[in-house]
Design a protein around this ligand. Structure first.
Ligand SMILES: *[C@@H]1O[C@H](CO)[C@@H](O)[C@H](O)[C@H]1NC(C)=O
Ligand SMILES: *[C@@H]1O[C@H](CO)[C@@H](O)[C@H](O)[C@H]1NC(C)=O
Ligand SMILES: *[C@@H]1O[C@H](CO)[C@@H](O)[C@H](O)[C@H]1NC(C)=O
Ligand SMILES: *[C@@H]1O[C@H](CO)[C@@H](O)[C@H](O)[C@H]1NC(C)=O
Ligand SMILES: *[C@@H]1O[C@H](CO)[C@@H](O)[C@H](O)[C@H]1NC(C)=O
Length: 359
């Protein structure tokens, strides 16, 4: 007899949730008062406590997840990325590390920006002062929800700041400012991808103290620039298409060097560019598309915001949320933004990434 009562309690109560706990307690006290049910009563009380704590947790955490629209779609990014990217694998390290150039010489097929062939010596110097690990705070995440924030004008007056801040990993690009745009672009920066010419002159003002400053190497002098800054050596001035900062206030432990593998994947698999291009038709992926590719290799969820260039016929539309420049400024940039738009559209259609600036 007592048995059936114990079993019934959770069932009955799960139907009518709000007033149950007290009812159960009354029931239990009655049961315990009857001497023959004492042991069973204690057992039941224990079971109810366990059940109630689970019930409470559910009701506490479920709405938050609803708000975030993020029950973790584990494995989905991998599955879909593999449809788009031939030989897709998550086996490649995100950042270059010293041991690959010191202990083991890892030969690279390509020169920069797609490989490190010919740049090994300068890399050796740089990697001996920078770090290569992904911080524990990201490693330990059960679900890596990532937002890649592009620099597009769609972010202006978007009020997306809080939404962007709610992601576990926020990736930003180049010199895009946060200061003064917090409402629209948020404040959190987990990683910032940049190269010397696109580096913000005041990295402290636009990043968090623990932001990973990820150098995207396009040419050997990019390694030299970074090494000279961090070791406070004589600055390299030649070989840049725009003067990069000569003073750059960042800690070496914040700096990472992106594995050129991701640039190779972006160019070869997403844009179908030939890896050995004749000198005249050089085409390179933008940092933005590269950042999406990177996210596809270590995130469980990839949402993008601020992506999308205006129509090439639209000469007046600005292309950044923080400055008044138009597509014209990209004319000599070796980027083909309409080609990239096609690649991003495919990802959106596949449900591999989601466009957050959709309102
Ligand atoms: C996948 O890897 C194999 C073996 O390395 C190679 O032959 C093939 O071309 C690759 N496919 C793509 C789409 O990269
Ligand atoms: C953004 O909002 C401000 C104030 O509401 C307004 O003055 C401005 O024109 C808006 N900018 C854009 C690009 O919509
Ligand atoms: C979304 O979830 C994260 C934890 O994954 C949490 O820190 C954040 O506050 C949540 N944001 C919202 C808007 O609920
Ligand atoms: C850029 O990409 C578009 C679409 O793929 C293509 O039609 C166009 O020829 C490309 N432009 C250049 C300069 O390569
Ligand atoms: C994302 O959505 C916005 C708003 O509809 C649009 O302007 C933008 O082009 C979209 N981005 C991409 C990459 O499709």
């Amino acid at each position: 007899m007592g048995d059936s009562k114990v079993l019934e309690i959770p069932q009955v109560t799960s139907h009518n949730e709000s007033s149950d706990p007290r009812l159960i307690l009354l029931l239990l006290i009655k049961m315990i008062n009857k001497s023959r049910g004492k042991i069973l009563g204690v057992l039941a009380l224990f079971l109810v406590m366990v059940w109630y704590s689970i019930y409470r947790e559910d009701s506490f955490y479920f709405p938050v997840q609803e708000n975030n629209k993020t029950t973790c779609p584990l494995g989905e990014v991998e599955k879909k990325a593999a449809q788009l990217i031939g030989n897709y694998t998550r086996d490649h390290p995100l950042f270059l590390q010293l041991k690959d150039y010191f202990w083991v010489k890892t030969p690279s097929l390509y020169e920069l920006p797609y490989g490190t062939k010919g740049s090994e010596d300068v890399l050796l110097h740089l990697l001996s002062i920078t770090h290569h690990s992904l911080p524990e705070s990201i490693q330990s995440l059960k679900c890596r929800r990532c937002a890649v924030v592009g620099n597009g004008p769609r972010l202006r007056n978007s009020s997306m700041g809080d939404t962007i801040n709610s992601y576990d990993v926020v990736i930003r690009l180049n010199n895009a400012p946060v200061h003064g745009y917090e409402q629209d672009v948020g404040t959190k920066t987990t990683m910032r991808l940049f190269y010397p010419e696109s580096a913000h002159f005041d990295p402290r003002a636009e990043n968090n103290p623990d932001t990973l400053l990820v150098l995207v190497p396009f040419k050997p002098s990019d390694f030299q620039w970074m090494e000279a800054i961090l070791n406070d050596k004589k600055r390299v001035r030649k070989g840049f298409w725009k003067q990069p900062p000569l003073i750059w206030d960042a800690k070496p432990e914040q700096v990472r060097v992106l594995n050129p593998y991701y640039m190779e994947v972006t160019a070869a698999k997403l844009l179908n560019l030939p890896m050995k291009q004749p000198r005249k038709v050089k085409q390179k992926p933008t940092t933005g598309l590269l950042a999406i590719t990177l996210a596809l290799h270590f995130c469980d969820l990839v949402h993008i915001a601020g992506f999308g260039y205006p129509d090439s016929a639209n000469k007046k539309q600005t292309i950044h949320y923080y400055e008044q420049i138009t597509l014209k400024s990209m004319a000599g940039s070796e980027h083909n933004v309409s080609h990239e738009a096609v690649a991003i559209k495919r990802m959106l259609e596949l449900g591999l990434v989601k466009n957050l600036t959709y309102f």
